[in-house]
Write a protein that binds this ligand. Structure first.
Ligand code: SF4
Ligand code: SF4
Length: 308
């Protein structure tokens, strides 16, 4: 069975990496056992995010590619198809299998959000719907480690990947656990965030949502020069210095819709995951990533616009 699963990597649009965690690596109350109580193995299918999708926002010249090609196409097309294929292979052999990708618009929390999704498309407080912890589960599958930014880091791609899962009652040979060695606590991810949203290995959801959508004028070429005309704290917001609660974050996001959303409720990323981009540049400069490129990712000084 394990050989068949590994063959997925060679298929058209197959994953770049596959990791498998046995049920014993999870606490008894982990959501995976609510979603599929008979789970014996978790299979992680990991896909690179094309480095090219980060170039437009890096240069400040093209913004939609990142959200469409690095998020939407992977999450809505490629990953569901491949988890379905993997699950069908398992069920053909008589095992139960359930594909898992982020249920983007439903959450148990009453007052949180998913920065990648338009906040008003999310249904909150849905306690009966369990969600896996995606980063932690990918790490348990031996794919990589969690960096200071809260992002999963791998030896091949640094922070540039997305992942999905198949839960199954098949007992599969596990991938060895990943021994953390990539994140050196340089803090460049924290410094790069235009909204100071990263704390304690976590991206604060509402703070991240507002600045992911482009609330920092110095990193948003679409921002109106008259943004937030009636707010006393406008400069604080525009400089990324304001701590935003959910109410303030909603108000800010409502006022900065200068760029169209993508289909499937995805909000266009204006920060372009600057935290991950900074991490990628750092790891590339250190020469520690397995996947090498002919040219350096960053070509020039980072651009910054005036805040006024
Ligand atoms: S930028 Fe530095 S501190 Fe942040 S996750 Fe990457 S290696 Fe770790
Ligand atoms: S850089 Fe963007 S994605 Fe990263 S924490 Fe900040 S706002 Fe969120």
């Amino acid at each position: 069975m394990i050989n068949k699963i590994n063959e997925l990597k060679g298929m058209s649009f197959g994953p770049d990496k596959i990791g498998i965690a046995p049920a014993s690596r999870f606490d008894k109350d982990d959501p995976i056992f609510k979603i599929l109580p008979e789970t014996k193995s978790v299979i992680c299918l990991c896909y690179r995010i094309l480095r090219g999708t980060h170039r437009g926002i890096e240069e400040g010249t093209s913004y939609h590619h990142y959200t469409t090609m690095a998020i939407e196409v992977l999450e809505e097309t490629v990953m569901p198809m491949m988890t379905l294929r993997c699950a069908r292979m398992l069920e053909e052999e008589g095992f139960t299998a359930l594909p898992q990708r982020k249920t983007q618009t439903v959450m148990q929390e009453d007052d949180s959000t998913n920065p990648e999704i338009l906040y008003n498309k999310i249904y909150r407080g849905k306690k009966a719907e369990f969600q896996m912890n995606y980063e932690q589960t990918a790490a348990k599958c031996g794919i990589g480690e969690i960096g200071m930014s809260g992002t999963l880091l791998t030896d091949d791609f640094g922070p540039l990947q997305r992942y999905c899962f198949v839960l199954t009652d098949a007992e599969l040979e596990p991938t060895p656990e990943f021994v953390p060695h990539i994140c050196d606590n340089c803090g460049k991810c924290i410094k790069a965030c235009p909204g100071n949203a990263i704390q304690d290995k976590t991206k604060e959801p509402w703070q991240c949502a507002a600045y992911y959508a482009g609330a920092n004028m110095s990193k948003n070429p679409f921002m109106s020069q008259n943004a937030f005309p009636n707010r006393e704290d406008r400069l604080e917001i525009l400089k990324g210095e304001k701590k935003l609660d959910s109410k303030n974050a909603r108000e800010v996001i409502n006022e900065i819709s200068y760029y169209p959303p993508i289909m499937h409720s995805y909000i266009s990323s204006i920060c372009g995951n600057a935290c991950d981009r900074a991490c990628y540049i750092h790891l590339e400069e250190k020469g520690v990533l397995n996947k090498k490129f002919h040219n350096k990712f960053r070509k020039r000084e980072e651009w910054v616009l005036d805040v006024k």
